[in-house]
Ligand binder design. Structure first.
Ligand code: CA
Ligand code: ZN
Length: 203
């Protein structure tokens, strides 16, 4: 049967509404009582323990922080506080660290342990651990068989803000896309949706 122009028109509306909804893509997190989880400051400092990481780790970490800090439509700033000898995460000390440690599993390249007040939603601690069970690179050009510290950390800092994973295949160009691929440097730069996310949370 030949489709009438009206049916075609409806189909176009239907399909384009899908495109529009998937074009709007950042996910925030809420507490059970509906409060948005976020810092109540716009300046968050991280201390880095580069021990166990590849050469150049501190520069790659600072570059990832700068990517979010430089978003012109958001007032939020990540601050590099210098190095620390703290070797492990401590979720309740109010000190945010980035460190390198061999995890028992290879399931993750890095993990962000973010803590917040369950009632108010206020974030108070974020420790990020890179898993040295994987080959990690801090080079300008990440080798094909390594994970890119700069890009992976830009993603993990998105979780610090607190943006959630994007899971749809159509979002695979965005920094908050869930999957990490070896040799992939795409997460170093923000997509408009990542920018919209930080701008919404921290205008
Ligand atoms: Ca901590
Ligand atoms: Zn993630």
């Amino acid at each position: 049967m030949k489709k009438s122009p009206f049916v075609v028109f409806l189909l176009v509306i239907f399909v384009s509404s899908f495109w529009c909804s998937s074009a709007f893509a950042y996910k925030v997190k809420k507490t059970k009582n509906g409060k948005i989880i976020k810092w109540n400051t716009i300046t968050v400092t991280y201390y880095v323990n580069p021990s166990g990481g590849p050469p150049g780790s501190i520069a790659a970490i600072q570059a990832a922080m700068k990517t979010w800090t430089d978003v012109p439509t958001s007032s939020f700033c990540f601050v590099y506080g210098g190095t620390t000898t703290s070797a492990g995460r401590n979720p309740n000390d109010g000190i945010n660290i980035i460190c390198f440690r061999k995890m028992r599993t290879k399931a993750r390249v890095a993990r962000n342990y973010v803590q917040w007040n369950k009632e108010s939603g206020e974030l108070y601690d974020s420790d990020i651990v890179f898993n040295t069970a994987h080959k990690l690179s801090a080079a300008d050009k990440c080798p094909e068989d390594n994970y890119d510290i700069h890009g992976v950390l830009t993603h993990e800092l998105g979780h610090s803000l607190i943006l959630n994973e994007l899971c749809k295949q159509t979002h695979n160009e965005k920094t908050m896309y869930w999957k990490e691929n070896k040799g992939d440097m795409k997460k170093r730069t923000l997509d408009q949706d990542d920018i919209d996310g930080i701008s919404y949370l921290y205008p």
